[in-house]
Design a protein around this ligand. Structure first.
Ligand code: PLP
Ligand code: COI
Length: 341
């Protein structure tokens, strides 16, 4: 199969239309059988639940070309399960988990020409999503939904590729206790837009959100979880009911413990202890692990000892092991890679 003629090494994190996408509709209490289509346009009621009351959820995952030329996706079963949790929280019907994985695999299979070659630095980003398509004017769940999966080749999420970032402690809250911070709902991202634009205008790459109730504990950024490394080499990640359970972070914690023999801790992280860490990274599908070099908390600067020119040594080992697994250079735990046949 011939690859598209794209400048793989230089694509950014943006949308490039690919050939086929998956669509399934929910009506009269049931999902239809779903189709692959070339039609990239969505036509819905002017009064659709997604347009009026933001009833929409999504997932983010990637397909990779391995060193030996296979195409794989990474732990799609976990994205399927998380989307089911998101659906339940927004009173949407669950798209069956095995059908979710099948839809993702079909979308990759039919867009193989867009899966970036091994070693190019790019990957095929997959965006499964579901929204209320039927009309609602009283505040209630839609009776009709659409589930779709599209793909787009992407490069690094942060401009300039992998380089230490400067982030700021946000004045805005991302998620309330008992709210929707733990699911992947569009509404969490709509409300973060003003915060991220403000951070960018002030010269920062990202926001660090603290817990909304006390503003003393580290939560996450707008699109990634945190990993910290202590000066004695332990890997620490914040535990909170209002952050998204990142699949990358869960995988990295496993890799840290089982592949690298490091001690790992998932626990509350006080803002006050951040100054004592040796390394900090942002982890997610889009971010992979992006090192943080500097954190600015209202005029107080925390400069991580790992500095502003390179990833810290533990972050680097984690990065290399995880991407090694995803690209087939290092043996993956059972069930982590799903091959596109
Ligand atoms: N946190 C937020 C708010 C996100 O949007 C994402 C991206 O999906 C993540 C964390 C990372 O999650 P994952 O590793 O599953 O991509
Ligand atoms: C992802 O990492 O897949 C996300 O959805 C994060 C988003 C900010 C691009």
């Amino acid at each position: 199969m011939e690859k598209k003629n794209l400048d793989w090494a230089n694509i950014g994190f943006g949308y490039i239309k690919t050939d086929k996408r998956y669509v399934s509709n929910y009506k009269n209490g049931a999902w239809d059988e779903g189709v692959m289509t070339e039609d990239d346009k969505v036509v819905i009621s002017e009064c659709a639940g997604v347009l009026q009351y933001a009833q929409t959820i999504f997932e983010g995952m990637k397909a990779y070309t391995t060193e030996d030329g296979r195409i794989v996706t990474f732990r799609p079963d976990l994205n399927a399960a998380r989307m089911a949790d998101s659906a339940r929280r927004l009173e949407m019907p669950v798209f069956p988990e095995e059908r979710f994985v099948d839809a993702v695999v079909r979308t990759v299979a039919e867009n193989q020409a867009y899966v970036p070659p091994f070693g190019s630095g790019a990957t095929l980003y997959l965006r499964p999503y579901m929204f209320g398509s039927g009309p609602v004017i009283g505040v209630k769940p839609s009776e009709e939904y659409q589930f779709r999966v599209f793909s787009t080749p992407v490069g690094p999420y942060f401009k300039g590729g992998v380089r230490p970032l400067t982030i700021c402690v946000s004045d805005f809250d991302r998620a309330a206790p008992h709210g929707t911070g733990h699911i992947k709902a569009g509404l969490n991202y709509a409300m973060s837009l003003h915060a991220i634009q403000t951070a960018h205008r002030n010269g920062f790459d990202e926001n660090m959100y603290l817990d909304a109730a006390t503003r003393t504990k580290v939560e996450e950024t707008g699109g990634a979880n945190f990993l910290f490394v202590t000066k004695d080499g332990r890997v620490v990640t914040p535990k909170s009911g209002s952050i998204l359970p990142s699949i990358t972070r869960r995988s990295l914690m496993y890799v840290a413990e089982k592949y690298l023999g490091l001690e790992v801790e998932e626990r509350e992280v006080a803002m006050d202890e951040v100054k004592d860490f040796a390394e900090c990274g942002l982890c997610g599908t889009a971010a992979v692990i992006s090192p943080v070099g500097r954190i600015v908390d209202h005029g107080r600067e925390i400069c991580l000892p790992s500095g502003m020119s390179d990833m810290g040594p533990v972050t680097k080992k984690l990065y290399e092991t995880l991407t090694g697994i995803q690209m087939g250079r290092i043996e993956a735990p059972e069930g982590w890679l799903v091959e596109i046949g």
